[in-house]
Design a protein around this ligand. Structure first.
Ligand code: ATP
Length: 229
């Protein structure tokens, strides 16, 4: 296979926001793009990295929300933090004010370092947080509810009622479809995903190579978060 041509100087990689319901197959699909050499930036991973042991932000969290959130190994007790902010909107806003700028800065650093004609940004809550306009395209991993429930139970060891409760706490299927530019249906064996990912890869390479108007997604990011630039 020929290597993808190097992008011209000043080129900004196309950003694809990859989303989908819980256990729909986002990680599985992202891994397949990664195997094709596409940079993948995972929002959940970034959110963990910014509060890794030893970071200033983690020390700030302990100072602001209590040292009891510190596990014996020095890491953050995420479940305890979630519980702490769950019923307290003020604390939740305070937490978000600390986390979000750090997450944005790290995402931009990773994106700039990763380069590529295009990048996959895995954003599980893209629809719930109405973040679609921050991406050049939104790719939805969709899977029938029965398969989603079965995969969730098999992977997490939860029962049918718990799995269903997780599904209903998320955006509706209709809302996700309405936000999507592209849909990858993950309704069959894993081996069926390869050709679908390969076809999207070709589309995204072609889109990335086509002349582009000024990047509205990048302008949106800059307008929304001028302090982070
Ligand atoms: P989460 O929302 O929890 O982060 P996810 O959307 O990233 O999940 P995956 O972790 O990729 O979903 O997939 C969920 C589970 O379903 C995993 O155990 C994965 O191996 C399995 N899975 C994904 N796609 C298929 C498939 N086509 N056939 C069988 N199993 C699959």
């Amino acid at each position: 296979m020929h290597p993808d041509p190097a992008p011209p100087a000043g080129f900004k990689p196309l950003r694809i926001g990859l989303t989908g319901g819980i256990a729909s197959g986002k990680t599985t699909v992202a891994l397949q793009f990664s195997a094709l050499g596409v940079p993948v930036i995972d929002a959940d991973q970034v959110a963990r990295e910014v509060v890794a042991p030893g970071t200033g932000l983690l020390a700030q969290l302990f100072a602001s929300f209590g040292a009891e959130l510190r596990r014996p190994d020095g890491s953050l007790d995420r479940a305890a933090l979630r519980q702490l902010v769950f019923a307290d909107a003020g604390k939740r806003r305070q937490l978000e004010a600390l986390l979000h700028p750090a997450i944005r800065r790290r995402t931009e650093l990773l994106a700039a370092a990763a380069g590529g004609p295009y990048q996959i940004h895995v954003i599980p809550l893209l629809v719930e947080t109405q973040a679609g306009s921050q991406y050049d395209r939104v790719l939805l991993v969709e899977c029938p509810e029965a398969a989603q429930l079965a995969r969730l139970q098999a992977r997490d060891g939860c029962d049918a009622a718990q799995a269903r409760a997780m599904l209903v706490s998320q955006a509706s299927r209709e809302a996700r479809l309405a936000a999507a530019d592209d849909v990858i249906l993950n309704d069959a064996a894993l081996s069926a995903l390869g050709p679908k990912v390969a076809a999207l890869h070709q589309n995204y390479l072609a889109l990335a190579a086509a002349p582009r108007a000024p990047d509205p997604a990048a302008e949106h990011r800059a307008a929304e978060h001028p302090a982070d630039r």
